[in-house]
Write a protein that binds this ligand. Structure first.
Ligand code: SAH
Length: 218
C-alpha cells in the first residue's frame, strides 16, 4: 500500500472512531476530514497523526485527541456567521478545524513559540480567517469582543469571568472545568438575556489553564 492510500485508510478509521464517539454533525466530520492533522503534530509523531490519541507538542503541551476535538467542536454549534475565540491555540489544529466552520477565528496561546508556529501553519494552509496571538487567554480578546462562540482547550478551576463577559447574548462557550491533574468536566454554557445555563458534557483531561504569559527560552 502506498503512503497516500495508507493515510486515506487511517483517516477513514478516524472518522469511524469519531462517529462511534458521538460526532454525527456532518459539517464537523467534514471539517476534520479536510484538516491534515499531520501538519500540526511534531515530525517525530507524524506516523501517528491520524491515530485517535493526544500527542505531545512543544513547550510540554499536547494536541488534543481527535474525538475530543470533534465532540467539543460539535457542542459549540458553530455556524458560518460565527466569530469564535479559542483559548489555548497549542498546535493550531483546533483553530484550523474551526476555521472551516466559522466566519472568523481568534486564538490565543500563552507560549509564544507555539503561537508563532501555529500562525505559520495556518497561514501556509491558507486559513485567512484566523488570527493567532501570544498572550494570556484568561483575559480574552477585548478588542474583538463580543464573540458568538468561545472554546477553551485548557482546564480551569472556574470559568474565567472575563471570557463570560466577552460572550455575546445568545452565545455558547465550551470548556473543561476542574482540578487539572484529576479528571475534569466538559461544560457547555449558554448565555441568554435571562442568564447562564450550564450543561455537563462528560469527563475529559486537559492541560491546565495558567494565567499570564509563559517565559520561553526560544
Ligand atoms: N487546542 C490545541 C491544544 C491545546 S493544549 C490544539 O489544537 O493543538 C492547551 C493549550 O492551552 C496549551 O498550549 C497551553 O499553553 C495553552 N494555555 C494554557 N493556559 C493558557 C492561557 N491562560 N492563555 C492562553 N493559552 C493557554
Amino acid at each position: 500500500m502506498g503512503g497516500g492510500e495508507a493515510r486515506a485508510e487511517e483517516l477513514m478509521q478516524l472518522i469511524f472512531s469519531l462517529r462511534q464517539a458521538g460526532v454525527t454533525d456532518k459539517r464537523v466530520l467534514d471539517a476534520i476530514e479536510k484538516t491534515p492533522r499531520e501538519v500540526y503534530v511534531e515530525p517525530a509523531f507524524r506516523e501517528r497523526a491520524y491515530a485517535n490519541t493526544p500527542l505531545p507538542i512543544r513547550c510540554g503541551q499536547t494536541i488534543s485527541q481527535p474525538t475530543i476535538v470533534g465532540l467539543m467542536t460539535q457542542s459549540l454549534q458553530v455556524t458560518p456567521r460565527c466569530k469564535v475565540l479559542e483559548v489555548g491555540a497549542g498546535s493550531g489544529y483546533q483553530a484550523a478545524v474551526l476555521a472551516r466552520l466559522a466566519r472568523r477565528v481568534y486564538a490565543i496561546e500563552r507560549h509564544r513559540p507555539l503561537a508563532l508556529l501555529a500562525r505559520e501553519r495556518l497561514e501556509r494552509q491558507g486559513h485567512a480567517n484566523v488570527t493567532i496571538r501570544a498572550g494570556d487567554g484568561t483575559l480574552g480578546w477585548p478588542e474583538q469582543a463580543p464573540f458568538d462562540r468561545i472554546l477553551v482547550t485548557a482546564a480551569a478551576d472556574d470559568t474565567p469571568r472575563l471570557l463570560l463577559e466577552q460572550l455575546r447574548i445568545g452565545g455558547i462557550m465550551v470548556l473543561p472545568v476542574g482540578q487539572s491533574d484529576e479528571v475534569q468536566q466538559l461544560i457547555k454554557i449558554e448565555k441568554s438575556e435571562a442568564g447562564l445555563t450550564y450543561h455537563e458534557l462528560g469527563e475529559v483531561l486537559f492541560v491546565p489553564l495558567i494565567e499570564g504569559m509563559a517565559e520561553d527560552a526560544e
